[in-house]
Write a new protein. Structure first.
Length: 166
């Protein structure tokens, strides 16, 4: 009888440890995938430049095209869909279970800043302080980590600053 009880307790402990391990692995994977996909999407957005301004030696983003390229890249890399470009819903075969929100999307370029001396960017809402040496795109994205077992996922908030150097 004691062998049976001991075995049952060990099985329960093992099951608990395994569920914690799966959830921690989901957190780690979600953090890495979100950061990589966000960096790729912001890079793709930064490729949308206003060609008439470029001809004059100024780097100015085509904001509508940049947001469309960002949306397409993020949807493709994380298997999401969106109608607005701000809230992304995971597809059935996506790793994610909760919606992904773009909380902040900002363009700083030659149309609204000067970079003759480094531009000090400060966003106290998201605790972002950065020295910008050229036109930049700043994006903040938030979601909740998926869960395989009981419990609520951690909140994942990632910020990316993509910068052109003058």
């Amino acid at each position: 009888m004691s062998e049976t009880l001991r075995t049952m307790v060990l099985i329960l402990i093992f099951a608990g440890i395994m569920s914690i391990q799966y959830n921690l692995d989901a957190d780690r994977t979600a953090n890495r995938q979100i950061k990589n996909a966000l960096e790729l999407a912001v890079h793709d957005a930064a490729l949308a430049l206003d060609e008439t301004q470029m001809a004059q030696g100024r780097v100015v983003f085509d904001q509508a095209l940049a947001k469309a390229q960002f949306k397409a890249s993020l949807e493709n890399n994380l298997l999401l869909e969106s109608s607005t470009g701000i809230r992304f819903t995971p597809k059935d075969d996506s790793f994610y279970q909760e919606d992904i929100m773009v909380e902040h999307f900002e363009f700083i370029d030659d149309s609204n800043a000067t970079f003759s001396t480094p531009y000090l960017y400060n966003n106290p809402d998201y605790d972002i302080i950065d020295r910008l040496d050229g036109p930049s795109i700043i994006v903040v994205l938030t979601t909740r980590s998926p869960r395989y077992f009981a419990g609520t996922g951690i909140i994942i908030r990632k910020a990316v600053v993509y910068e052109y150097f003058h």
